[in-house]
Design a binder for this molecule. Structure first.
Ligand code: BYC
Length: 473
């Protein structure tokens, strides 16, 4: 289905044929733009940015590149093409036709899932709004803005579903998505990680590596939904998500490469010397990984969850790549969950498979997270440096689920509160680490030039050279 760009709201959902819906969304549009101007990227709204825009929703050739001022970006509503006679792929309704309308009995639950998903999108833009001012290069600044406009479009995707399928309360929820704000004391974003400040680029790269990857896995679960419009929205959002994780993986990779270069130049692996030379030492990179990975791991919810069981039973939220599983009802089967033992230690418990869905998705997520870590480790090893980055244990620093309220070190070993206090500075960034990283955050805006704490990327965007003027200042 091609996208109609002649419309005020570009779309491939025949919006012009539904005047009521079109008017409702056109009434929301100025509120979105107002939000974008006040809480979107600060300081660069009038500049030309080399951005990609979706032109069609098929796998190839969906992106068109060009210079765009961000407020003129063509945010719109794009759903992946409908599959003919799509069937529900899991749960109690397995094999029945997918729903084109919201089933009455699941209305509140579906709305809540869509609102939770929708809430994260503008949250991330708010979290990142000041980073343009400390960009390590124009290439990076452009990538930041690309991520930001796409999160804005993902908000549009969820707002469309709320307006089109949930009537008046959907419209109210769409307004509320612009009223909650990241980190706001009175009206914060729904999920923990989306209230964490992102004040430096190391945090941004970790966020796009770890938190956007939660996005990938949650979207994959929702892309399986029996509610077909939600599934099709998420299928298309996933095509954009890949670039965000690329920004994270290559960003952290470039920080590591620069640290290795400096070690070689200095003939030293001493963190203080590396820092004095303006690069970020690997132990600090590890602490940032520990912080953002553990925060993102919480986003999957409790290990044992009746909510997750009913999402699955009711065909609302499946497992990532549901078709790759042999059995799709998950009835009468169990899953072994580890949990803290009364008193102390760790024990295993068999729980009904459906109740373990959050944990099953989290495990798949962590396997995916580890792929990049191993790639970075190969680069470190090749440079002859004896240092290995590691994902923290999923027990480490949890605020949600069975491990919350207990203390574990990054390897997952139980520690006492006193041991935690004595060692936490080795495990997550300290105030001093953050201040040091912040001290490096000076903008570099000459085309092709890079800040001293990060190596250049291997290639530019869309076959353009790295020196291209990706943002015209
Ligand atoms: N922080 O039964 P439980 C993305 C709440 S990222 C605060 O364990 P359930 C993106 C939970 O809501 C993907 N609260 O979990 C990335 C529940 O509340 P109630 C976002 C939390 O219900 C980067 C209670 O605790 N998409 O797209 O299975 C940039 C007990 O919950 C947290 C989604 O999350 C937390 N971390 O929830 C831009 C998909 N975790 O009922 C974008 C939609 C849980 O007691 N959401 N709670 O009030 C869901 O599928 C599920 O709601 C959750 C797990 C995955 C969040």
């Amino acid at each position: 289905m091609s996208i109609d760009y002649a419309e005020r709201i570009p779309n491939n959902v025949h919006l012009a044929e539904d005047r009521r819906l079109q008017r409702a969304l056109e009434a929301w549009q100025p509120h979105f733009l107002e939000w974008w101007k006040t809480l979107g990227p600060e300081g660069f709204q009038a500049k030309d940015v080399y951005l990609r825009t979706a032109v069609s929703v098929d796998a190839k050739g969906w992106a068109s590149y060009g210079m765009v001022k961000m407020p003129d970006y063509r945010w719109g509503i794009f759903l992946a093409d409908a599959a003919a006679e799509r069937k529900i792929g899991f749960g109690d309704f397995y094999g029945q036709p997918a729903w084109q309308e919201v089933p009455g009995e699941f209305r509140a639950t579906l709305r809540r899932l869509i609102v939770t998903q929708g809430d994260t999108e503008p949250a991330s833009v708010e979290q990142q709004r000041r980073l343009g001012q400390s960009c390590p290069s124009l290439y990076d600044m452009r990538n930041l803005f690309q991520v930001n406009v796409e999160e804005g479009r993902h908000l549009w995707a969820m707002v469309y579903l709320l307006h089109a399928y949930f009537g008046r309360d959907g419209r109210e929820e769409a307004e509320a998505l612009l009223a909650r704000h990241s980190g706001d004391a009175d009206n914060p974003r729904i999920l923990g990680t989306f209230n964490e400040p992102i004040q430096d680029w190391m945090s941004f790269f970790c966020f796009t590596y770890f938190t956007d990857r939660d996005g990938k896995f949650q979207l994959k679960c929702l892309a399986e939904s029996g509610f077909d419009p939600l599934a099709r929205s998420c299928q298309f959002m996933l095509t954009e998500e890949a670039h965000h994780m690329f920004v994270g993986e290559t960003g952290i990779g470039r920080v590591i490469r620069r640290a290795l270069e400096v070690m070689k130049e200095l003939g030293s692996e001493d963190a203080e010397k590396i820092r004095a030379h303006g690069a970020i030492d690997l132990a600090t990179v590890q602490r940032y990984i520990n912080f953002w990975c553990s925060s993102s791991v919480d986003l999957f919810g409790s290990e044992v969850s009746t909510n997750a069981a009913s999402y699955f039973a009711n065909g609302l939220k499946g497992r990532p790549d549901e078709a790759s599983y042999e059995e799709h009802r998950c009835l009468g089967t169990t899953y072994a969950i580890e949990k803290p033992r009364e008193g102390d230690g760790i024990e295993s418990e068999e729980v009904p498979m459906r109740n373990a869905m959050n944990e099953i998705v989290r495990k798949a997520y962590l396997r995916d997270c580890d792929i990049g870590v191993q790639r970075w480790n190969r680069v470190i090893k090749k440079a002859g440096v004896a240092f290995e980055l590691r994902l923290p244990s999923e027990r480490f620093r949890r605020a949600v689920g069975l491990w919350a309220g207990h203390h574990f070190d990054p390897s997952g070993k139980p520690v006492t509160p006193a041991e935690w206090d004595a060692h936490v500075h080795e495990w997550i960034p300290t105030e001093a680490d953050r201040a040091f990283v912040q001290s490096l955050m000076r903008p570099v805006t000459e085309p092709g030039k890079m800040a001293g704490w990060i190596a250049p990327p291997e290639r530019g965007i869309n076959n353009l050279p790295v020196e291209y003027e990706y943002v015209r200042l």
